[in-house]
Design a protein around this ligand. Structure first.
Ligand SMILES: [Zn+2]
Ligand SMILES: [Zn+2]
Length: 372
């Protein structure tokens, strides 16, 4: 009995990713296209593909681990039982169409479009509706996207009978192989237009200005991209439209700085309020707030207001961040006569050495020396 794990050179505990990686490596080395018909490489290629087919499918792998076969209890996978993997399918699933394949049949999908929306800080925090408009390929209003002249309709493609693809049978080392190719008459659309719509020249779409109302969720931030499925470019003649991606730009706030869902702000308070404590009114994002400044508050000290920050983006009602208020203790730049007298009294009381009243004349002179 052949051990599929040994064939792929992986441990029995290997992850799906390990198995795929190992198969890719081996299949590249052993693919007959690279080995010029070497029989030994061909057989090994079949074997690794078979091993991969079993081990890459969780259910088949479970069966194989239990019974030593992916087709139920007992049985030898090489005895020609019900298990007959399609080598081409498996190979193309792993490598895509790039390894000598063709493009998939069927109508083309419309392109994805991109645009940006500019929001104020508050719009981003609380969410909003925005009108945006941009030019993009749009279903032709004259022919309704069919590409056919009004009054005429596309006819079923004679080559593929409307299926959009043609089958080609070839003989290869794997036996009889059926390859599906895009029909080259209708390019996979299954229909042929005989009279073109004059408005879009048969494209079924034309570039027009489109308008959208977009819903920006609360908690949006720079770097957020909103995806509007099906709002991208129309496909030529009846395929799926693309998606519209809207990049969100948020203007900075003059008062708040955002850190994740928390907001920071500086609250200017006087040195007297910091020393004696105070109740201070200020505007948060939600409106008026009153904050308690404790006596002896130091510059930079913070007060946290729970739930006054930015709403959590994913999922409404999942709460909000905090507003963190940092105390910006301000020293007076100029003192009135009475204030100065009181402060001098305070300095004397605390036994602190300060400049005399006339000494700061030196600073005034220095300052005026630099004035133009
Ligand atoms: Zn048209
Ligand atoms: Zn066709």
């Amino acid at each position: 009995m052949v051990d599929y794990y040994e064939v792929l050179g992986v441990a029995r505990s290997a992850s799906a990713e390990d198995i795929k990686r190992s198969y890719r490596k081996l299949a590249r080395q052993l693919h007959p296209d690279v080995n010029g018909g070497d029989k030994d490489a061909e057989n090994r290629f079949k074997l690794v593909t078979e091993a991969y087919d079993t081990l890459s499918d969780p259910e088949k792998r479970r069966q194989y681990d239990l019974y030593g076969s992916s087709s139920g209890a007992g049985g030898d996978p090489f005895g020609g039982g019900p298990f007959q993997p399609n080598f081409t399918d498996i190979f193309q699933t792993v490598f895509g169409q790039g390894f000598g394949g063709q493009e998939a049949p069927g109508p083309r999908r419309g392109e994805d479009m991109e645009t940006a929306v500019n929001l104020t800080f508050e719009e981003a925090v609380f969410g909003c509706q925005k009108e945006i408009s941009l030019k993009m390929p749009t279903t032709c209003p004259t022919c309704n996207g069919s590409g056919a002249k009004v009054g005429t309709s596309p006819t079923v493609c004679a080559q593929c009978q409307g299926s959009g693809s043609v089958k080609r049978v070839t003989q290869s080392f794997l036996g009889r192989m059926v390859t599906t190719m895009t029909c080259d008459v209708c390019h996979g659309e299954g229909k042929v237009i005989t009279d073109l719509c004059p408005d879009c020249r048969g494209e079924g779409r034309k570039t027009l200005e489109r308008h959208f109302t977009i819903e920006v969720p609360p908690g949006a931030d720079n770097g957020l991209v909103l995806r509007l499925t099906g709002k991208g470019a129309a496909a030529p003649r009846g395929g799926q439209p693309g998606s519209l991606y809207v990049h969100v730009n948020v203007a900075p706030s003059e008062r708040f700085e955002r850190q994740g869902n928390d907001l920071w702000m500086r609250l200017p308070i006087s040195y007297v309020q910091a020393a004696l404590g105070a109740q201070i009114d200020f505007e948060s994002l939600d409106g008026s707030e009153t904050i308690e400044v404790a006596p002896g508050t130091q510059p930079g000290a913070t007060v946290h207001l729970k739930g006054k920050g930015v709403p959590v983006l994913s999922g409404r009602g999942r709460g909000r961040g905090d507003l963190i208020v940092a105390m910006d203790v301000q020293m007076p730049k100029e003192l009135g006569e009475e204030e100065e007298a009181l402060l001098r009294q305070l300095a004397e009381l605390r036994g602190e050495q300060v400049l005399g009243h006339h000494d700061h004349g030196i600073f005034s002179k220095l300052k005026s020396a630099f004035k133009p």
